[in-house]
Design a protein around this ligand. Structure first.
Ligand code: DQA
Length: 141
């Protein structure tokens, strides 16, 4: 089972700053993953609050989820608590960003969470989610 966890404002994908994030909705991304990986089992969660995201990560640990694909949104750049949650759990976490955070404002270049992750996908749009899932599927092969 893989958890695909999305943070604040990602529920607005499709209409949110389309020049930066495209017009693909979160529902489109989730449907694409189900289509691309028919043999995988997914849990999809999105939350705007930090505490709920932490609870989702703890539940992934308790439920022995195999891997987490996590787009922490704006909390990427601020949240020590989310980083601590990622570091506290057993399932490996891949951080995903639709946009290339390294090519944008200076404050987006730092991820507080990436050092606790296996790696980071940034700038591949919705394909970044597929690439992250592919990594987990390859690990299992
Ligand atoms: C984002 C990048 C973050 O800097 C931003 O705050 C987001 C979306 C991305 O997917 O590109 O909300 O995580």
């Amino acid at each position: 089972m893989l958890l695909v966890l999305n943070g604040p404002n990602l529920n607005l994908l499709g209409t949110r700053e389309p020049d930066t994030y495209g017009t693909t909705t979160l529902a489109d991304i989730e449907a694409d993953l189900r289509d691309a990986f028919p043999d995988a089992t997914f849990r999809f969660e999105q939350a705007n609050s930090e505490g709920t995201l932490i609870d989702c990560l703890h539940e992934a640990h308790e439920d022995a989820v195999d891997g987490v694909v996590f787009n922490p949104g704006g909390y990427t750049h601020t949240s020590v608590a989310l980083r601590d949650a990622v570091a506290a759990i057993d399932p490996p976490v891949v951080e995903v960003h639709l946009s290339n955070v390294h090519a944008r404002e200076d404050f987006r270049r730092t991820s507080r969470i990436a050092p606790a992750c296996v790696g980071q996908m940034s700038g591949f749009g919705a394909a970044g989610y597929r690439l992250a899932v592919r990594f987990f599927v390859m690990r299992e092969d």
